[in-house]
Design a binder for this molecule. Structure first.
Ligand code: PMP
Length: 413
């Protein structure tokens, strides 16, 4: 008699997945899967508070723009973005020394697409990326399929040498405002060093700025692109910007991430290259959301939302930092961020392993983001990132209490 298995025709072998998929480490997988655990307090993500999304205002705008601009909203549009939106972004993002034209602007399907396009136009296998360390996980994810090498830009160190950092790299990558993951500001002297090094070496320097609008205390510092544009010779008014800084913005944190609208500001030759890459990616960003974004900018929606948003997040930051100091101060240190969405919590004892802490935290019903996922080499286990924008104060405090329980268990205390 033939066994049932013998009668089943053998399925043909499927071709393998691309090799880079095998290079994602287990912690990244655990961390990404954690969102589905029921009852979990998610303090790992970089998510805005959903109650801040201006649903009614956006619904009214959407209805109006689709009725008034059906062709722009519902048809295929130019790859670079709708001309009116590019003009509005050029006007909004220019500065006293930074003259921008439409040719400096690419509308993207949010910041993540911009990072992906940068990989497409600048990274061949083995190419060197000089990235502020620790580095935004989404950027590492976007560039991973291209198998780059990394050099860590340690912008927090007093002896940081920006020229040595950028020399030989395809591009530098920095998040100067309330960095993801550390929540820190790159201080003014280091901003100057980075901008001057980009000008001196000719290296492209990517300034990723999703959090600049979420500043709770103090004055905003100049952007890298302003500093670079202000160095002589300053461009004539009305001329296109030609410098080495590639600036990236998004409406995800100041309005709503579901819009998936962002933009890149760069020299026209870079915008042309990115446009070629975008053509092979999505042909154009949704016209519906581009028209909504344009109307939101023209209506002053961002400025109207900002005071309430920053007040809410400031209070949540304070609640999280108070809870961290009370429950985790023995084992960890942290700086209070003046903006953004994150606190970077560093172990006092080098024996604390934050990869192991992630597993213990998940068992305790809370999720944090361990430092290894923000390290191109995956080795740093000395810190974790914790978010304060998604949860209200009582949940933040409960999350930190659960985390402290996990730390005590790990420490055998
Ligand atoms: N860059 C950084 C540093 C971020 O933190 C994020 C969002 N987490 C992004 C880019 C991308 O955001 P989005 O695609 O929503 O614009």
């Amino acid at each position: 008699m033939t066994a049932a298995a013998d009668r089943t025709p053998t399925a043909p072998r499927r071709p393998p997945f691309a090799g880079w998929l095998g290079t994602t480490n287990d912690v990244t997988k655990t961390f990404l899967a954690a969102g589905r655990i029921e009852g979990l307090i998610n303090m790992a993500g970089g998510l805005p508070a959903p109650e801040t999304y201006p649903a009614e205002a956006l619904a009214a705008i959407a209805r109006r723009v689709i009725a008034e601009h059906p062709q722009d909203a519902l048809g295929y549009g130019p790859i670079e973005g709708l001309p009116e939106l590019r003009d509005a972004l050029a006007a909004r993002l220019g500065g006293p020394d930074l003259s921008l034209t439409r040719d400096n602007i690419l509308v993207t399907t949010s910041g993540m697409q911009g990072l992906d396009l940068l990989g497409k136009v600048l990274v061949d296998e083995g190419a060197l990326i000089a990235a502020q360390a620790p580095t935004y996980l989404g950027a590492l994810d976007a560039w991973r399929p291209r198998r780059p090498r990394y050099r860590a830009l340690r912008v927090d160190r007093p002896d940081f040498d920006a020229v040595a950092g950028l020399t030989g790299a395809r591009f530098g990558y920095a998040v100067p405002n309330f960095s993801n993951p550390t929540g820190r500001l790159v201080p003014m002297p280091v901003r100057r060093k980075l901008a001057e090094a980009a000008l001196a070496t000719g290296t492209w320097l990517v300034e990723d700025n999703p959090y600049g609008g979420l500043q709770f205390d103090g004055e905003a510092l100049p952007r890298l692109i302003d500093i670079a544009a202000g160095a002589p010779p300053v461009a004539a008014p009305g001329a296109a910007y030609e410098g080495p800084v590639i600036y990236m913005g998004t409406l995800s944190k100041e309005i709503a991430p579901g819009l998936r609208i962002g933009c890149m500001v760069a020299a026209p030759e870079m915008i042309a290259a990115l446009t070629m890459a975008k053509q092979g990616s999505d042909l154009c960003t949704s016209g519906v959301t581009q028209r909504i974004a344009l109307a939101a900018i023209e209506d002053g929606l961002i400025e109207r939302l900002q005071p309430e948003l920053t007040a809410l997040y400031r209070a949540r930051r304070d609640a999280l930092c108070a809870a961290l100091a009370e429950h985790l101060g023995t084992w960890f240190t942290f700086e209070v961020p003046v903006g953004g969405m994150f606190v970077w919590v560093v172990a006092r004892d080098p024996r604390i392993d934050t990869d192991r802490l992630l597993n213990a935290a998940l068992e305790a019903g809370v999720c944090i983001a361990p430092s290894s996922v923000f390290d191109a080499s995956g080795e740093d286990r000395s810190a974790f990132r914790i978010n304060f924008t998604l949860n209200p104060p009582e949940r933040l405090e409960e999350g930190v209490r659960r985390l402290a329980g996990a730390v005590r268990r790990l420490a055998g205390a």
